[in-house]
Design a protein around this ligand. Structure first.
Ligand code: GLN
Length: 458
């Protein structure tokens, strides 16, 4: 982490809170955690003064995406349905970070239920891009990305189901890690799509990213999909075989994005890695597969919000049907409803084979294509997104255009692979461009070490 310059935890937290207020116009936070953060800083300073063990993140302020549970306050996921929801548990990732002494200063804005790629789809309004306030921050972890980019906090937590950490990281020039599926416990994180949901972080350096990931990673008895921690293991990064995914470097991709990614590739070559182009044509079907499989899982995960057990309940609803119907109608955003409808459609008996089953078969082919590629290459490289941050409202009239922003981030999600977004450069107008480093399952630490090697290289 950036040197504290001899500052106390209290000074650091006060500075972070002041910066959060200074940048209010960006609409980064859904709420600040001022009172508790200040009290915690005082407590950590006291423990430092008493010579007690305080942890590897002692006094470091951080921001938390609003879909992580913390019983001290609301977990709203930027949606009406959860606006008054007090989670009964603490997310494991949050607990592990806090056990190392980090101090949460505020919850960040996101697309409602994490459905989106722009942080426009939130009950709290749009989060603006750190470089250009007429543009989106990306999503769904837009608030977290902007908080890190504007140096309010050195790191923030996010979730990534199909790009929600990587894409806003790319749009704001910071690092964003989506780990191997199962690397970090999802216990206490509002579920989106169970077969691709991951927990990760956004940070200012590759080294910080690795530290935060290694703290969060590892088995958790509360989430049986978790794997042993593989962030701390030593990794070999001399002379790696790098495959550039040619399918994502041509048509439909902004030339300045391609240029920045090519510059990054040159740095990889200069550092002694062996670079070749690889074609993975099957990946062009990943987006279609994603938008069948993920809505199917969303429709199932969101069925729990019935206005009875928890979450929003419509006022004056008289019958059971009215409670279900109106609570869901008033509590969900239009994009949530669209996904529920798509999900129910592709799972319905008449269409299951044609859509859901076929999508799962293609998903298997995508996994196989990656496995074959990783026999020849250690790392695959491509842009994070086809363009830099787009204008607020640009995709309002065409949802497919918004979905297309996910074309390069959804393939690794479907295959459960680790994927890191790293800053690659800027466009002439100063918008940031990210490169995506993708590796076989469990190679998370190697991706981060490679990015650390290239970081700052000319
Ligand atoms: N943009 C993608 C979607 O809308 C990814 C979202 C996510 O990773 N949470 O589904």
């Amino acid at each position: 982490m950036k040197k504290s310059d001899g500052k106390s935890s209290l000074e650091r937290v006060k500075e972070a809170l002041a910066a959060a207020k200074k940048y209010e116009a960006y609409n980064i936070f859904t709420k600040l955690n001022e009172k508790k953060a200040l009290a915690r800083a005082v407590e950590i300073d006291r423990r430092i003064a008493a010579g007690e063990e305080v942890g590897r993140l002692a006094g470091v302020p951080y921001a938390l995406k609003d879909n992580f549970s913390d019983p001290d306050d609301l977990t709203m996921a930027s949606v009406e349905m959860l606006k008054n929801y007090h989670a009964p548990v603490t997310a494991t990732a949050v607990k592990r970070i806090e056990d190392e002494g980090a101090i949460m200063i505020g919850w960040t804005n996101m697309d409602a239920f994490a459905h989106g790629a722009s942080t426009e789809n939130s009950v709290f309004g749009v989060t603006l891009n750190s470089r250009d306030k007429t543009r989106v921050s990306g999503g769904s972890s837009g608030g977290s990305a902007v908080a890190v980019a504007l140096d309010i906090v050195p790191f923030a937590l996010g979730s990534d189901t199909g790009g929600s950490i990587r894409q806003p990281a790319s749009y704001n020039g910071v690092f964003g890690m989506k780990p191997t599926f199962g690397a970090v416990s999802r216990y206490g994180v509002v579920a989106m799509a169970s077969s691709t949901d991951t927990v990760g972080c956004l940070a200012q350096t590759a080294e910080d990213t690795r530290l935060v990931m290694s703290i969060m990673a590892g088995e958790d008895e509360k989430d049986h999909t978790t794997l042993p921690d593989f962030f701390d293991q030593p990794v070999e990064t001399s002379k790696l075989r790098v495959g550039v995914i040619g399918d994502f470097m041509g048509e439909g991709v902004d030339t300045e994005v391609v240029g920045a990614v090519k510059d990054y590739i040159k740095k990889l070559e200069k550092a002694g890695h062996e670079v070749a182009e690889v074609s993975l044509p099957i990946l062009k079907y990943a987006l279609a597969v994603y938008y069948i499989v993920v809505p199917a899982e969303i429709s199932s995960n969101l069925s729990r919000y019935d206005g009875i057990r928890y979450g929003y309940r419509a006022k004056d609803a008289k019958t059971l049907g009215e409670i279900y119907g109106r609570s869901r109608d008033e509590g969900f955003m239009p994009e949530n409803k669209r996904r529920i409808m798509i999900g129910n459609f592709v799972l319905s008996s008449g269409f299951f084979d044609a859509y859901y089953l076929k999508a799962q078969k293609v998903r298997t082919l995508i996994i196989k294509a990656y496995e074959e590629a990783f026999e020849k290459y250690d790392v695959l490289v491509c842009p994070v997104a086809p363009g830099p941050a787009f204008k607020v409202g640009e995709h309002d009239d065409d949802i497919l255009k918004l979905y297309l922003e996910d074309v390069m981030t959804t393939p690794p999600s479907l295959a459960g692979l680790p994927a890191l977004a790293a800053p690659a450069g800027e466009t002439k107008s100063g918008l940031t461009v990210g490169v995506q480093l993708i590796g076989p399952r469990g190679s998370d630490a190697r991706l981060l070490q490679l990015a650390a090697e290239i970081e700052g290289a000319k």
